[in-house]
Design a protein around this ligand. Structure first.
Ligand SMILES: *Cc1c(COP(=O)(O)O)cnc(C)c1O
Length: 512
């Protein structure tokens, strides 16, 4: 893939101000381009804009008549000094304007008829919401390499709970100056997810299974990022490591766009009136997706509550209800595997913001998390959190029941992650009586989780391999998404399985 050259001819690029900081040290300042290149701050904190731009009063009215790509350029402009509008526009058009998204609206909003709307984020090339950011991130990253005078090539290391890996592979495949290496938990992803990754095309990619769960893979990758000896050796070979996980600000930024876009769509359709507050209900794992909703609110989108929906790994539910984050608990492999996470990295940014950017507090909590696996926030902080966030969780039977109910009552087929969110919304409404219009975020196509979806519909004899895709299509009349239908006949290219302790060697071998 040839990416447009960094910078642009119009010469309007703003100076590269040092306007990103670390959540663990506000004095650590770097440029937007450096933040995207690095992914993580050297002190282990998360790189975050020094100032979150506010939308002018008329902005939502202006944005509502724009295309998704135009909305993206508008939003990104406020965060990316050193990137011109025409440059951002060329990236947005390349990422979303072609044939890669099967819906011309990119992130369409469907009316569920009961005061809730479903924001479908899975029309991209890998059928999960990770495409929303990972289709544009390569453009931002390659441009950022140029803007920050980085001469080395970047190797993106990914720890995935299933969807990020494929989306990163697809986004970065054959992109100049980049390589991608994905680690996934051997028994923690669905068959389709695994096949999607193992059959990935491209000359700059590799995939490796890790024995363990997602947190093991993510902890392993974090260790590699912190390994100075490894970094020095890779520099000699002309590489450095970076991240496409949602710790990278470029990911969060791209995700803010669809929250603003959803609000604009409801405005345009007349579903809500100007200034009316809505809720977002988000199925959450790493807290990345819902964090983007938080920033959309901070920018000025009228949001009443952000509803954080978890599966049986309900560490976030407990945290938002009690103020105690405790990862010392049983880890469950669920039918919504992309949310099987006990260490939600992006929570750090939320705590930073809610504590009025108290970097000392963030350091203290994060030290406790790494030393004893838990921390308790102050009661003032808890109160502020609870004012903004509601939380709930959904067990496996409830998840399956919700898939069945949505199909029977609305003829709408949803995946298990989306089902978790719809279930939690029901409970939230019953508990609070809140009837504010609510956008439920749908994060994956049901065809990525065929066996769980069929089981939920009461169909327990499943066809083998990819034939199960057609089985769902025949049972429901919903067509198989083209990117998944195309998996047929592809041979797996990768098959390596590593112990946790072998991940470093896998990286060294890949970058030899
Ligand atoms: C990644 C993912 C999630 C969780 O998103 P976070 O940003 O980690 O909160 C939910 N659903 C699906 C299908 C995903 O792929």
């Amino acid at each position: 893939m040839a990416l447009p050259p960094p910078g642009d001819a119009s010469g309007v690029s703003a100076p590269n101000s040092m306007n990103y900081l670390s959540t663990r040290n506000k004095d650590l300042r770097i440029t937007a381009a450096q933040a995207i290149v690095k992914g993580l701050a050297p002190d282990g904190g998360l790189l975050t804009p020094a100032v979150v731009p506010r939308l002018p009063a008329s902005a939502l009215d202006t944005l509502k008549d724009m295309s998704y790509q135009q909305r993206m350029v508008y939003v990104m402009n406020g965060f990316l000094e050193g990137f011109s509008s025409s440059e951002l526009s060329s990236y947005a058009d390349a990422a979303y304007g072609g044939v890669k998204f099967s819906d011309p609206d990119i992130a369409p909003v469907r009316d569920m008829g009961d005061g809730s709307w479903c924001l479908e984020l899975w029309h991209g090339p890998t059928c999960a919401f990770k495409d929303m950011a990972l289709q544009i991130l390569p453009y931002l990253l390659v441009a950022s390499l140029g803007k920050s005078d980085e001469k080395r090539d970047v190797c993106i290391l990914v720890a995935t709970s299933g969807d990020t890996g494929k989306a990163a592979l697809e986004g970065f495949r054959d992109v100049d100056k980049t390589k991608v290496l994905v680690f996934y938990p051997k028994d923690g992803v669905s068959d389709i997810q695994e096949l999607q990754m193992l059959t990935q095309e491209g000359g700059n990619v590799a995939v490796c299974a890790v024995k363990g769960n997602f947190d093991d893979a993510q902890t392993g990758v974090k260790k590699l990022f912190a390994d100075e000896a490894l970094a020095a050796d890779l520099t000699e070979k002309g590489y450095f490591l970076s991240s496409a996980n949602s710790i990278n600000w470029g990911r969060i930024l791209a995700q803010i766009v669809y929250y603003i876009s959803a609000y604009c769509d409801l405005l345009r359709n007349g579903a809500i009136s100007r200034g009316e507050e809505i809720n977002f209900c988000v199925p959450t794992g790493n807290f990345g997706n819902i964090l983007a909703a938080y920033y959309a609110k901070t920018m000025g989108v009228p949001v009443h509550r952000l509803i954080c929906a978890s599966n049986s790994n309900n560490v976030l539910t407990d945290f938002l209800k009690t103020g105690v984050y405790d990862r010392n608990r049983t880890f469950y492999n669920t039918i919504s595997p992309s949310m099987d996470i006990l260490i939600s990295s992006n929570l750090e940014r939320m705590i930073f913001e809610i504590s009025n950017r108290d970097d000392r507090k963030v350091r203290e909590y994060m030290n406790q998390l790494s030393e004893i696996g838990s921390y308790r926030v102050s009661s003032a902080l808890r109160a502020r959190m609870q004012n903004l966030f509601a939380a709930g969780w959904c067990d496996e039977d409830q998840t399956r029941a919700k898939i069945a109910e949505m199909w029977e009552q609305k003829h709408y087929l949803i995946d298990p992650h989306t089902a978790v969110a719809f279930h939690v919304l029901d409970e939230y409404r019953a508990e609070t009586g809140d009837r504010a219009p609510t956008v439920v975020v749908s994060t994956a196509s049901p065809f990525k989780f065929c066996n769980s979806v069929l089981d939920s519909l009461g169909i327990h004899e499943h066809r083998k391999g990819l034939d199960v895709l057609d089985q769902i299509a025949e049972e429901t009349g919903v067509p198989v998404p083209a990117p998944l239908a195309r998996l047929r006949g592809r041979r797996p290219r990768f098959g390596a399985v590593a112990e946790k302790g072998e991940m470093e060697q896998v990286v060294r071998d890949f970058l030899k």
